[in-house]
Design a protein around this ligand. Structure first.
Ligand code: DQA
Length: 144
């Protein structure tokens, strides 16, 4: 049986491709999913890619990753990164390692993006590499 990596994406990431392409690039979330599937296959990993605009879905899926004994979670919580104690608590509540992912580099953007609740519990962070952030994070997850 191959190991599974959950890749969880938060609000507005369903609009990638048309959403502020100067910041987030022109690839859609489906394009990124296809890249992750291909790299996952090379690494012998099963990819479970999800997106929701609702905070509670992300909490539920973190719990599911634990229940399903996932190898790791890649989490781009988008704006909830900067606001969600519920996500911080969920990451602390599970033993599956969570790698935080961002397309942009929040640290070099507006002040309100500098705080990350996800970072307080994440095993690692990959940001600022565009879609490639997800691939680097997947490779880190494979090496865990
Ligand atoms: C993001 C960065 C967040 O600050 C922002 O709210 C997003 C996307 C990124 O991938 O660069 O929605 O997580």
């Amino acid at each position: 049986m191959t190991e599974t990596i959950y890749i969880l994406n938060g609000p507005n990431l369903n609009l990638l491709g048309t959403r502020e392409p100067e910041i987030y690039g022109s690839q859609t979330l489906d394009d990124i999913a296809a890249m992750l599937e291909a790299r996952g296959e090379e690494l012998g990993l099963t990819i479970e890619m999800r997106q929701s605009n609702h905070e509670g879905h992300l909490v539920d899926w973190l719990h599911e990753a634990q229940a399903e004994s996932a190898k790791a979670v890649l989490l781009n919580a988008a704006a909830y990164t900067h606001t969600s104690i519920a996500l911080l608590d969920a990451i602390n509540a599970i033993s599956v390692p969570v790698i935080e992912v961002h397309l942009s580099d929040p640290a070099s953007r507006e002040e309100f993006r500098h705080n990350s609740y996800v970072s307080m519990a994440a095993a690692d962070v990959v940001q600022g590499l565009g879609a490639q952030s997800y691939i680097v994070a997947l490779e880190k997850a494979a090496a865990l």
